[in-house]
Design a protein. Structure first.
Length: 231
């Protein structure tokens, strides 16, 4: 049986191997490298192991999203990236077992409203709108990204989200909520009244820009675990 001292020794050895990866991942989100180092150590060696797990899960799931395009360099896999971003948010909440939030959709809405900064919320609101140029609230944007995740996770449909690049405008196609509750996206798409059952959204932020907004929100979530706000 391993002693507690031996377990700690192994844990430190594993951490040392992974440390450069963590530092590379988090450094862009802090004003100085010293601050990033403080954050990593505060998570890794906190007496509350859920904080360590939260940091690890954020790095793991976002890194999987970063590698999504490597699955097929000729295919735009925006929906798969979104799926992993939503997984990252859910994983953060599950590591600390937040039972007060009952559903996955409520988790996503809570994250977008309470952990994405006001500046980043405004950036999302200004960059995503309907084809009729109707602006969305931050809750509607949270639901939209969760809807993309659901299409990928439950139906394998990843091609209805495309991020902008040098040649193409970004867009999202998403079933209207009432239709999504009744039918699969395939059946909705087969309906002649497609424009009545699906919504088209213009997307002006790149995948990296949205990815960084999600990571920044994840860091804010973890920082509140390290130093909870007074009740």
């Amino acid at each position: 049986m391993l002693t507690e001292a031996k377990k700690l020794e192994i844990s430190i050895a594993v951490f040392q191997q992974s440390y450069p990866r963590y530092l590379s991942f988090f450094s862009p989100f802090f004003p100085t490298e010293d601050f990033a180092i403080w954050f990593i150590h505060a998570c890794e060696f906190n007496h509350d192991v859920s904080i360590k797990r939260a940091m690890h899960q954020l790095v793991r799931t976002i890194s999987m999203a970063d590698n999504a395009y490597k699955l097929d360099e000729n295919t735009k896999l925006g929906g798969i990236q979104v799926q992993y971003w939503i997984m990252a948010i859910e994983a953060l909440y599950k590591t600390v077992n937040q039972k007060k939030i009952k559903t996955k959709s409520a988790i996503i809405r809570d994250f977008f409203t309470n952990y994405i900064s006001t500046e980043h919320q405004e950036k999302l609101i200004q960059a995503i709108w309907t084809s009729e140029e109707k602006p969305l609230s931050i809750l509607e944007i949270a639901n939209l990204f969760n809807g993309i995740r659901n299409m990928v996770a439950h139906e394998g449909i990843y091609w209805m989200c495309r991020f902008p690049d040098d040649e193409n405008l970004g867009y999202i196609l998403n079933p209207k909520q009432e239709e999504a509750l009744k039918n699969s996206t395939y059946h909705i798409g087969d309906n002649p009244g497609l424009d009545k059952n699906m919504m088209f959204y213009v997307l002006q932020l790149t995948d990296k820009q949205i990815r960084d907004i999600i990571v920044s929100g994840g860091i804010r979530y973890i920082l509140r675990l390290i130093s909870p706000a007074p009740s």
